[in-house]
Design a protein around this ligand. Structure first.
Ligand SMILES: Nc1ncnc2c1ncn2[C@@H]1O[C@H](COP(=O)(O)OP(=O)(O)OP(=O)(O)O)[C@@H](O)[C@H]1O
Ligand SMILES: [Mg+2]
Length: 238
């Protein structure tokens, strides 16, 4: 099911069905893509923790996220922890297994010398959806779908609760919407809890609070609608 390469300098896992000659060539020289300004980037600014771009391979669209190195000491500190790319990879699979929508993970690539990881990459399928930021912006043309969308977000929260997952940056900007169904992004900080502990419940509540806080800053009308619905439907039924 997976193609794997594990050497001191390079660690790669890629879904076999996608590991074509074109994919291989891309993954062998992935920085050529990031250095080429002709390519399409969703997020690319100097000093940012991540760079996110769109790439077409064998006529199919993918999104590649590069976790940019933050200097030597940062690398040393990270030595004992799995890289953010690997965490995203594992977390995506966990969500998939629990029926929670997230972009399909395609490959994870870690380059660097042994435990001192230099750059890490996470490749996923492109999701053709609407951005949360566009759906909830002021004077949004999507206002008529908010009701349905908040119901779906309440359902998503219930699934996350059942799977004992906290996201750590749960907010509409980390979601895409396909026919009003949320697809959860940005899983680098997501945590899978073992127990329904106080710690889990505290962090889960923090996810909800963060969602409402960011939404309130974006659009008070949307906040008003979400607050009652999410608190009643989610918290009330857990
Ligand atoms: N699989 C995907 N398909 C389509 N668009 C995507 C996909 N993954 C990410 N994006 C777009 O790229 C943006 C940034 O992705 P992500 O949130 O994972 O990175 P980030 O480093 O947290 O960026 P930000 O700081 O903007 O949140 C998302 O808001 C979304 O619009
Ligand atoms: Mg994000």
């Amino acid at each position: 099911m997976y193609y794997q390469e594990k050497t001191l300098r390079r660690f790669l896992i890629c879904r076999k069905e996608y590991y074509s000659a074109e994919m291989k060539a891309f993954l062998e020289n992935v920085d050529l893509y990031f250095d080429n300004t002709v390519n399409k980037f969703i997020k690319k600014a100097p000093g940012e923790a991540t760079t996110v771009g769109i790439i077409k391979i064998n006529n199919k669209k993918f999104v590649i996220k590069r976790y940019n190195p933050k200097g030597f000491w940062h690398c040393v500190k990270r030595m004992l922890r799995p890289s953010r790319a690997l965490r995203s990879w594992k977390n995506s699979h966990y969500l998939e297994q629990h029926g929670i929508s997230t972009p399909k993970p395609v490959a994870v690539l870690i380059e660097g010398f042994g435990p001192i990881r230099d750059k890490t990459y996470f490749l996923m399928e492109y999701v053709d959806g609407l951005r949360g930021g566009d759906i909830f912006k002021r004077d949004s043309e999507h206002q008529s779908s908010w009701d349905k969308i908040f119901q779906e977000i309440s359902l998503l929260l219930k699934k996350l609760h059942a799977a004992k997952v906290t996201h750590d940056d749960f907010q509409h900007n980390n979601m895409l919407f396909v026919n009003e169904y949320p697809v959860l992004l940005d899983l680098d900080h997501m945590r899978i809890h073992k127990y329904n502990s106080l710690w889990f419940r505290h962090n889960f509540r923090k996810d909800i609070d963060n969602f409402l806080m960011v939404l309130g800053e974006t659009n008070p009308d949307a906040w008003q609608m979400a607050e009652t619905m999410i608190n009643n439907q989610t918290i009330g039924n857990l």
